[in-house]
Design a protein around this ligand. Structure first.
Ligand SMILES: *Cc1c(COP(=O)(O)O)cnc(C)c1O
Length: 376
């Protein structure tokens, strides 16, 4: 077999490339490139899909998270609790908003925030006299975090819950879409995500009208009326071409979601035999994932990676060094051993080729080689 791509965006082109070309040319000819009808329609379509009242298109997932923190107007220096096992953007925006990230350990089998550790870390912060403002819950790889439990905890303690659903657009938890649990929630349209643009883009989802309005103002330089500025804002717009592309791709979202499901189940079915050597990630009860990344916990990871690489199978590690051990965040006082489950998972996690247009034969070949490596 030829070498298999980890993720090949070109393959989608055979299915709806011509439709994207048509819609892009339509926007180009119309001459409205920002804040136009494509943005408005996409916002409406996705707000309906997630099940919230408001959606605000922005320039990236990172900016979506940042704008939420800014719009909440949290006390400077107050604590945001979040996982360390996530993409750097989740923590970076906390610093940028003048807040203090405090990392919480995860459940190593479901990769997301552990509600128990969340409570424990919260208590520790209180004991140290720190003001805690909110929690960012990430649904990593497309696996829903335990959002009901986390929501209840936040409500009880008077904390804002913010969801980072950048890797989990379309996933749900007990029948409710991720992205509808927090006060405001962020997704990304980065090209490798579940619903993706041909460039950068993101969106905020919320039921809170005041927050929605404030985010709209902040993403336009803090302009509340033409040339009238109330807050220091950013240029955080999404553009019409990306929105038109996203609207085409959104029509195929359910079909791609189905393909993701079929391929993930095919991997899971075949790898179940390798118990002890390979562990599948655990979906919390009530969770319906839409995998963006397909990952396993494995033994002898580096040797397995080399072996697969030699057989034309690329793999990735999301994420090799957890955030609390990165030079930037270590300065906040973290050291090895502080988040044992996060650190253990970082040593075991391995991501396999995965995207809706991966072929069944390719999955079978990958599985065959993994089995051959473990002598199965
Ligand atoms: C991709 C991603 C982001 C950032 O999204 P961008 O659109 O690339 O800015 C944030 N958090 C997580 C978990 C992500 O995977």
């Amino acid at each position: 077999m030829d070498s298999i791509p980890f993720l090949d965006l070109k393959r989608a082109w055979d299915f709806y490339g011509h439709e994207i070309e048509t819609s892009v040319i339509r926007v180009l000819r119309k001459g409205i490139y920002l804040n136009g009808p494509e943005t408005k329609d996409l916002e409406e379509e996705l707000a309906n899909f997630i099940g919230v009242r408001f959606a605000i298109g922005v320039s990236s997932g990172t900016e979506a998270l940042y704008l939420i923190l800014r719009a909440l107007d949290l006390p400077l220096g107050s604590v945001i609790l979040l996982p360390s096992f996530t993409f750097v953007a989740t923590a970076e925006v906390v610093l940028r908003a003048g807040l203090k990230p405090v990392f919480v350990d995860i459940e190593e089998d479901s990769v997301n925030l552990d509600p128990f550790h969340l409570q424990e870390t919260y208590r520790k912060c209180k004991k140290e006299g720190l003001k805690v403002s909110g929690v960012i819950a990430v649904s990593l790889f497309g696996i829903p975090a335990k959002l009901l439990e986390i929501f209840e905890f936040c409500k009880r303690e008077g904390l804002f819950l913010i969801e980072d659903i950048c890797q989990a657009f379309g996933s749900s938890y007990f029948g409710k879409k991720v992205g509808s649990f927090g006060i405001a929630n962020a997704t990304s349209f980065y090209p490798t995500k579940n619903l993706s643009a041909c460039g950068d883009g993101g969106m905020v989802f919320t039921n809170d009208e005041g927050l929605a309005e404030k985010i709209r103002i902040l993403k336009e330089h803090g302009q509340s009326k033409p040339y009238f500025y109330e807050y220091p804002g950013v240029n955080g717009r999404i553009d019409e071409i990306q929105c038109s592309i996203l609207r085409v791709k959104f029509k195929y979202f359910e079909r791609e979601k189905e393909r993701r499901k079929i391929l993930a189940e095919r991997y899971e079915e075949a790898l179940r035999d390798l118990l002890g050597k390979v562990q599948l990630l655990k979906i919390p009860q009530g969770g319906e994932p839409v995998f963006s990344i397909f990952s396993l916990r494995v033994t002898q990871r580096e040797a397995l990676r080399d072996y697969l690489e030699k057989n034309g199978i690329p793999t990735r590690i999301y994420y090799p060094l957890p955030l609390h051990l990165q030079p930037l965040y270590k300065k906040l006082g973290y050291k090895e051993g502080d988040l044992p489950k996060t650190e253990k998972l970082s040593r075991e996690i391995l991501s396999l080729p995965f995207f809706p247009y991966l072929k069944e034969e390719e999955v079978d070949y990958i599985v065959k080689k993994i089995k051959a490596f473990y002598g199965g």
